[in-house]
Design a protein around this ligand. Structure first.
Ligand code: CA
Length: 389
């Protein structure tokens, strides 16, 4: 079998309401799907992390830079293809968009490999440690509201995410330490004392501000503090991890085994959050996972994007060994964005129905066991939302 075409589908729609995190407000949702076609008529699907115009730029890298490197290759030669492409891109970007672009292509090759073998990706990796996974729901995005309405909305949203069946919840911050502490207090009030909640700063603080917020989060018994500071500031991460009680998490903006090596060797995070659609795809994710476990660092994947990204992560979560093992080991969770996302809910021929499963299965979702990713996108839906670029 030979690769005949690599196509990027950039999808976009206007959100019903603007959403925000500590870096920006945004009004459109974008997804970047990669389709690898073969001479035997089978296609594999992948996804590249990167919103808005980043997806448009990544499409050019996928189609104009990577595609010519892989045409005619056997899609089963995933690791050979990965290293050939990486070696040619290395001089032009060892992090960021070239690696995001490679990620989508690599995931599509894994989907193809599973379809060729007639088995799910989890089986290709080495087997499923679990057939279902618990789901945490994130919400509580920033909006252009005043503090009284933000705090009451955060509290209400936290209550409703718990009521929807999720096993934990995650909020955004980013207004500055004093207001962020008020928002976290509102979320604790909304979920009650006995429910885990996490706080995602999207690297908006200095280390000293992160300490101020982190000490308040310790008092509120928050479970983890995500990307408190800039991902480049490894010394800051190490200091926060040593000085705060709650878990420090991060890594969604880190790439490849070589980037992750420094984060892990530096003992910078309690919980590693690799993003498979950005760090180099499934081939590279597996190396990062091994590296994390070699440093006894638990992994809870960062998940963002369409149903293709969610399905990819479900396969990886199935195949993730417990770390450490035990009779009742600490299990991974699926990250799930509770805000409006048609590309996740309506993209597939047979939808994953995460919210419905969470509501009826005590916070758990089943892992698809069909070949490859175990899901197939609806081409009519893709046509309808494809951005003309
Ligand atoms: Ca995050």
């Amino acid at each position: 079998m030979k690769i005949t075409e690599v196509i990027s589908h950039v999808l976009q729609y206007e959100l019903p309401e603007e959403l925000g995190y500590s870096q920006q407000y945004y009004a459109r949702r974008t997804a970047h799907l990669v389709e690898v076609r073969t001479d035997e008529g089978i296609s594999g699907w992948g996804e590249c992390f990167g919103p808005g115009n980043v997806a448009v730029a990544n499409k050019t890298i996928v189609e104009k830079v990577i595609q010519p490197m892989v045409l005619g290759c056997d899609p089963l030669d995933r690791d050979v293809i990965w290293h050939n492409v990486y070696n040619l891109l290395r001089d032009h970007g060892q992090k960021g968009m070239p690696i995001q672009a490679l990620s989508g292509v690599d995931i599509a090759l894994w989907d193809l490999s599973g379809k060729i073998a007639g088995m799910p990706i989890s089986k290709l990796i080495g087997g499923a440690h679990r057939d279902r996974v618990a789901v945490y729901g994130y919400g509580m995005m920033l909006r252009r509201e005043d503090m009284p309405s933000l705090t009451s909305r955060f509290s209400d949203e936290a209550t409703s995410i718990r009521a929807a069946g999720f096993v934990a919840t995650k909020m955004k911050v980013g207004l500055g330490p004093a207001d962020d502490i008020k928002l976290a207090t509102a979320v604790r009030k909304g979920v009650g004392d006995d429910f885990p909640f996490m706080v995602d700063a999207n690297h908006c603080y200095t280390t000293s501000d992160a300490f101020r917020v982190g000490r308040a989060l310790d008092e509120l018994d928050a479970y983890w503090f995500e990307e408190p500071i800039a991902p480049e500031d490894l010394d800051g991460y190490r200091e926060l991890r040593a000085g705060l009680k709650l878990n420090i998490s991060g890594g969604e903006a880190e790439f490849t085994r070589w980037g992750w090596r420094h984060l892990l060797e530096g003992r910078c995070v309690d919980i590693a959050q690799p993003e498979v659609c950005a760090l180099g795809g499934i081939s590279e994710y597996l190396k990062v996972l091994a590296l994390a476990h070699a440093h006894f660092t638990p992994v809870i994947n960062h998940v963002w994007g369409s149903a293709i990204a969610v399905a990819t992560n479900l396969q990886l979560l199935a195949a993730m060994p417990p770390m450490p093992g035990g009779l009742h080991p600490r299990e991974p969770m699926l990250e799930f964005d509770t805000t409006d996302n048609r590309f996740r809910d309506d993209l597939l021929m047979e939808p994953l129905n995460i919210q419905q499963q969470v509501a009826s299965n005590g916070g758990y979702v089943n892992i698809p066991d069909g070949p490859g990713l175990g899901v197939e996108p609806d081409r009519e839906f893709i046509r309808k939302y494809t951005l003309d670029v």
